[in-house]
Design a binder for this molecule. Structure first.
Ligand SMILES: Nc1nc2c(ncn2[C@@H]2O[C@H](COP(=O)(O)OP(=O)(O)OP(=O)(O)O)[C@@H](O)[C@H]2O)c(=O)[nH]1
Length: 584
C-alpha cells in the first residue's frame, strides 16, 4: 500500500484517454509507439563508486541485467543504485529523450562525462520536465550507442518499480501532450465532482457530501503528487520537498474521509450497525496518524510511518466487507460504492503487488489508477444523486402522510388549517367560502352497524366530496365525522349551490352494511370570509351555521348571514338555503 504515496506509471505503448462530456466518461488506449530497443543492467551503489568504475563493471558483464521496457525496482536504501541503460541498434542519432515511468519520489541523477543532471518530480530548476514521468533530453554530443548511466539516489520512501524508454523528440512531445490531456481530464472530473459535492453539502446541509468531497479531494491530491501533475504543469513549488509527507497525510485523510462517507452513504447504521465502531476507529486512527506525522517528533513520525500501511490494508478490507454486507442487506447506495470503489481497490492491490515484482508488463496500471479515481468520482456522484432523490421521495411521502388523514386520505385538521391560513392571507381580497359539514346521526350508524361500517361511510363520504369539489378547493377532515371545505373566489350563492350539491351527493350514497345498505345525510354550515378573518373565526361562524342546520332538521345547508334573518325568524343569524324533501 506504500505504492499509494510513492508510485505511479504509464506504459508508453498504451495511452489512456479519459474525458468527461456531461457525465460521459471516455477511456481509450492509444497506439503503440516506435521506441529504441534498450538493454539494462544495475547494481546497488557502494561508497567510492565512480562513473568509470560502474561502466567498466557493466562492460565486463558484472551488473545484473534487466529489461528496461518492463517494470524493475531498484533499491534505494542508504546508498542508492546504479542503473545502466544501453541503446541497441538501430541507433538513432537524432534528438532523443530518455523517460522514466512512473516518476519516482526520490531523485535520479544522470551521470555523463561532463556533467550530472538531476531528475526529480519536485525539481523546478531544470529547463525541461516530463509530465507524468521523468524525462532527460539526451545531449546531441552523446553518441547514440553510448550507454547512459543513472543513479537512483537514496530515498526514505519505498522504491517503486520503473520502466525506461528512449524516444525521438517528436515522439516524446506527442506522448507528453497525450498524457497531459488524459491527466487533465481525470483531474477535471474529480475536481468538478468535489465542487458539486461542496455546493450540495452547503445547500442541503448534508455532511455526507462533505465527507465525499474530502475523500475525492484527497485522492486527487495523492494522484497529483504521484504523477507529478501538481509540480508540472501546475507548478506548485510550495510543495517542493514536502511531497512524501503531504502524500502520506493525504492517504491517511482519504481513508478517514472514505470511512465517514461510506458509513453514511451505505447507511451502515441501518444495514450493518456493528461495523460502525471499527470504521469510526479507523477514521480516528487515520487522523491521528496525520497528526503524528506532522508533529515533527521523530518517534511519533516513525510510529506513524510504520502504522500507515498495515492500517491502510485493514481499512481497505474493512470498508470492502462493510460495503458488501450493506449491499447484501439491501443498501442501494452500497452497490454504487462497490462499483466505484472496487476497481480502484483492485488497481491499488495490483500496483502494490508490482513492488514485489508482479505484473512487470502492466505499467499502465498507474495511469489506470488516475482514470479509476475519475470513474469512482462519477459513480459515487451518481450514487449521491440517487440518494438525494430517494431522500426527497421519502420526505415527500412522509409529508403526504403527515398532512393527510389516514382513514379518508383528505387533509387532516392541521394541514387544512395551515393551507387555509395561507389562502386567507394570499392575494387580493376576494370572496372565500368555508363549508362546515357534519354527518347526521353518525353515532347511530356506529352503534347499530359497528365502527367498521362507520369507517366505510367516512371513506365513501370523503370520496364523494372530493369528486364533487373543484381540484383547487381545499377539503379536510376536521374532526370525527366533520369535514371542512374551503372554496376560493366563490360568492355566497355559488357556495350555497356547491353545498347543496354536496348535500345531495352524500344523501345518494349507499353505505353497504350487513343486511343491506344505509343512507347518510349531512348538515352544512357556510361562512363567507370577512375582513380580519382567520381560520378559527371563519370556522367558528360556519360551525354555528351548521349547528343551526342540525337544530332545524339536519340534511340541509345554512349560510351564516351576519345577523340578517331571511326565512328563519327565530334564528336571525341563519339562512335556510335548502331543505331536502325526504327529511321533512
Ligand atoms: N366509525 C367511526 N366513527 C367515528 C370516527 N370519529 C368519530 N366517530 C363517531 O362519530 C360519532 C359522532 O357522534 P355525535 O357527535 O354524537 O354526532 P352524531 O351522532 O352524528 O349526531 P349529530 O351530529 O347531532 O347528527 C361518535 O359516535 C364517534 O364515535 C371514526 O373515525 N370512525
Amino acid at each position: 500500500m506504500e505504492r499509494l504515496i510513492t508510485l505511479s506509471t504509464p506504459d508508453r505503448r498504451w495511452r489512456l484517454w479519459c474525458g468527461l462530456v456531461l457525465g460521459l466518461f471516455c477511456w481509450g488506449m492509444g497506439v503503440a509507439h516506435a521506441v529504441t530497443p534498450l538493454n539494462g543492467a544495475w547494481r546497488v551503489a557502494a561508497p567510492g563508486d565512480t562513473r568509470q568504475s560502474v561502466l567498466a563493471e557493466y562492460r565486463a558483464g558484472k551488473l545484473k541485467s534487466f529489461d528496461p521496457a518492463l517494470l524493475e525496482r531498484f533499491p534505494r536504501g542508504s546508498t542508492g543504485s546504479w542503473v545502466v541503460i544501453a541503446p541497441q541498434p538501430p541507433w538513432d542519432n537524432g534528438e532523443r529523450v530518455l523517460t522514466i515511468y512512473p516518476p519516482s519520489m526520490g531523485s535520479v541523477t544522470v551521470v555523463t562525462d561532463h556533467q550530472s543532471d538531476t531528475l526529480a518530480l519536485d525539481d523546478f530548476s531544470s529547463p525541461m520536465h516530463g509530465h507524468g514521468r521523468l524525462a532527460w533530453r539526451v545531449p546531441s554530443t552523446l553518441p547514440a550507442s553510448a550507454p547512459i548511466l543513472l543513479k537512483f539516489e537514496p530515498s526514505p520512501t519505498l522504491s517503486a518499480p520503473v520502466q525506461f524508454q528512449l524516444q525521438s523528440w517528436d515522439e516524446y512531445l506527442h506522448q507528453d501532450a497525450q498524457w497531459l490531456v488524459f491527466a487533465s481530464a481525470c483531474f477535471a472530473v474529480m475536481l468538478a465532482m468535489v465542487l458539486m459535492a461542496i455546493c450540495f453539502a452547503l445547500t442541503l446541509r448534508d455532511v455526507t457530501f462533505a465527507w465525499y468531497a474530502g475523500y475525492i479531494l484527497c485522492y486527487a491530491l495523492i494522484q497529483g503528487i504521484q504523477t507529478g501533475f501538481l509540480f508540472h504543469p501546475l507548478d506548485w513549488q510550495e510543495l517542493s520537498g514536502m511531497a512524501p509527507m503531504v502524500g502520506a497525510a493525504a492517504v491517511a485523510l482519504s481513508v478517514a474521509f472514505a470511512s465517514l462517507f461510506m458509513m453514511r452513504f451505505c447507511e451502515l447504521q441501518r444495514h450493518a450497525p456493528l461495523l460502525q465502531v471499527p470504521i469510526i476507529a479507523l477514521a480516528v486512527g487515520m487522523t491521528q496518524l496525520v497528526l503524528m506525522r506532522s508533529s515533527g517528533i521523530v518517534l511519533l513520525v516513525e510510529v506513524a510511518q510504520t502504522l500507515l500501511n498495515p492500517l491502510l490494508m485493514i481499512g481497505a478490507a474493512l470498508l470492502l466487507v462493510a460495503a458488501i454486507v450493506a449491499a447484501a442487506r439491501g443498501s442501494r447506495q452500497a452497490w454504487f460504492f462497490l462499483i466505484g470503489w472496487t476497481p480502484l481497490l483492485l488497481l491499488t492491490a495490483l500496483t502494490s503487488a508490482q513492488v514485489d515484482g508482479a505484473f512487470p508488463q502492466l505499467a499502465w496500471l498507474n495511469d489506470a489508477s488516475l482514470a479509476g479515481g475519475a470513474f469512482e468520482a462519477v459513480v459515487l456522484s451518481l450514487g449521491l444523486a440517487d440518494r438525494a432523490l430517494r431522500l426527497r421521495h421519502d420526505h415527500d411521502f412522509v409529508r403526504v402522510l403527515a398532512d393527510h388523514d389516514a382513514l379518508t386520505n383528505v387533509l387532516n385538521r392541521r394541514a387544512l388549517s395551515e393551507r387555509a391560513s395561507l389562502l386567507l392571507a394570499s392575494g387580493p381580497p376576494r370572496p372565500i367560502a368555508l363549508l362546515f359539514l357534519d354527518l347526521d346521526h353518525f353515532k347511530l350508524l356506529n352503534d347499530h352497524h359497528g365502527h367498521n361500517a362507520g369507517d366505510r361511510a367516512l371513506v365513501e363520504v370523503a370520496k364523494a366530496l372530493v369528486a364533487e369539489l373543484r381540484p383547487g378547493d381545499l377539503l379536510g377532515r376536521y374532526g370525527g365525522e366533520e369535514f371542512v371545505a374551503l372554496l376560493d373566489d366563490t360568492l355566497p350563492q355559488q357556495a350555497m349551490h356547491v353545498a347543496t350539491r354536496l348535500c345531495r351527493r352524500v344523501h345518494r350514497l349507499e353505505i353497504p352494511i350487513d343486511d343491506g345498505s344505509q343512507l347518510l345525510s349531512v348538515s352544512i354550515g357556510i361562512a363567507m370570509r370577512q375582513d380580519g378573518d382567520d381560520v378559527e373565526s371563519l370556522v367558528g361562524r360556519a360551525d354555528q351555521a351548521m349547528y343551526d342546520a342540525k337544530l332545524n332538521g339536519r340534511n340541509r345547508v345554512y349560510l351564516y348571514a351576519d345577523g340578517t334573518p331571511v326565512n328563519a325568524p327565530n334564528r336571525p343569524r341563519l339562512h335556510v338555503v335548502e331543505r331536502r324533501g325526504n327529511d321533512r
